[in-house]
Design a protein around this ligand. Structure first.
Ligand code: SAH
Ligand code: SF4
Length: 369
């Protein structure tokens, strides 16, 4: 395991790597070799970067420079194919990252193909989604969320965010070019309260790792000024906003952040958000039994978001210890969906993934066994 205080290469962009190789008296093209090795080849150790001269590798190692890939400390395999990873960083902090394969039997996967060659695994799933964390813990304190119980431990660096993706891809033996891979910033933490590192990670994932920005979605609890900032980015994921209530009174009770940015601030940021052609916003709505899931709530929600080019993702509350809300019955969820659809809002029910291993939305809290 790495010790704290080392320089970790993951998280450095091409310009920063260029500075590093130039300071070491190496030609600038070595920066590109490092960049490709880190983000495309996903090396775990400096010694694996064979394009670099051994002497340069040696001198980097001597200066305590390391790759900085997170360590997979634990791995929980769900019966639906979802895998929840506990990722450990140099200072002992850890977060969770979730792998969700879909289609062609991916959901029935039981991990028994571990160690199989890439070709053999190609049949196992058609597309997959990786859910990454942006902070260890979270300060936002939504009352239905398990991560909230941790409080904010610390922000993750850009390298730690990208590193989660690299570690999962390597562990799953994924050859990226052949895959339909989605990425969601919906793990632990509020990405917009760690904005600089989050957006740098996005750039590295696009330019370095080769993921498509159109296949990435960031979810926010509603930090309105950062919604505006995201809209100005040249490279950015799609945007999801966690509404979870159709009026300020209820939302403030569930999400204290609503006292800072209320629904009016949020909806005006949403309406002003510059969507690309064929892009839609997503509004997420966690259905809490008997709290925000009535037909009236659904009608109010449809009214609230009228005119926004958006879809709604309904998530039935995923339960957990220490969180006092119930999961509504399926019929209640369907009724809520029906009302929205009839009001002209495209509405989907997000199927819970990996509930049996506490990998589903809002269940990430790494103290669980
Ligand atoms: N912090 C960001 C992103 C991570 S949470 C945000 O809040 O948007 C990802 C999603 O999980 C959010 O839409 C959140 O409302 C939802 N969620 C939180 N706790 C949940 C729970 N117990 N059951 C179902 N969804 C939950
Ligand atoms: Fe933080 Fe999102 Fe959980 Fe709210 S729902 S506490 S913002 S992780």
């Amino acid at each position: 395991m790495k010790t704290a205080g080392q320089l970790e290469l993951l998280g450095l962009d091409l310009a920063e790597l260029t500075g590093l190789v130039e300071r070491a008296g190496e030609p600038a093209y070595r920066a590109r070799q490092l960049f490709d090795a880190l983000y495309r080849q996903r090396v775990a150790e400096l010694e694996e970067i064979l394009t670099l001269p051994a002497a340069f590798r040696g001198s980097l190692a001597q200066q305590s420079v390391s790759v900085g890939l997170p360590r997979i400390e634990k791995k929980f395999q769900s019966e639906d194919g979802t895998v929840r990873y506990l990722m450990g960083f140099a200072d002992g902090q850890s977060v969770e990252t979730v792998w969700m394969p879909e289609g062609d039997g991916g959901e029935a996967g039981d991990g028994s193909d571990a160690g199989a060659p890439e070709g053999a695994r190609a049949q196992a799933w058609e597309r997959a989604t990786i859910c990454v964390s942006s902070q260890a813990g979270c300060a936002v304190d939504c009352h239905f969320c398990l991560t909230a119980l941790l409080g904010l431990q610390r922000n993750l660096s850009a390298g730690e965010i990208v590193g989660q993706v690299l570690a999962v891809l390597s562990d799953q033996g994924v050859a990226l070019e052949r895959r339909r891979l989605n990425l969601v910033f919906m793990g632990m933490g509020e990405p917009f309260l760690n904005y600089e590192n989050f957006i740098k990670a996005v750039r590295l994932l696009v330019e370095g790792v080769g993921l498509a920005e159109s296949r990435m979605t960031v979810s926010t609890s509603g930090i309105a000024p950062r919604i505006e900032e995201l809209g100005r980015e040249a490279v950015r994921p799609k945007l999801a906003i966690s509404l979870n209530a159709p009026n300020d009174e209820l939302r403030a009770r569930l999400m204290p952040i609503n006292r800072k940015w209320d629904l009016e601030a949020l909806l005006s940021a949403a309406r002003a958000f510059p969507l690309r052609s064929r892009e839609r916003l997503t509004f997420e709505y966690v259905l809490l039994d008997g709290v925000n899931d009535s037909p009236d709530n659904a009608r109010q929600l449809a009214e609230l978001i009228r005119g926004v080019r958006a879809k709604v993702n309904l998530i039935a509350m995923n339960p957990g210890p220490g969180v006092d809300f119930g999961t509504p019955a399926d019929s209640r969820v369907s009724e809520f969906q029906r009302i929205l659809i009839e009001a002209g809002v495209p509405t989907f029910v997000r199927r819970p993934r990996g509930r049996d291993i506490f990998a589903a939305c809002g269940q990430l809290k790494h103290t669980v066994s």
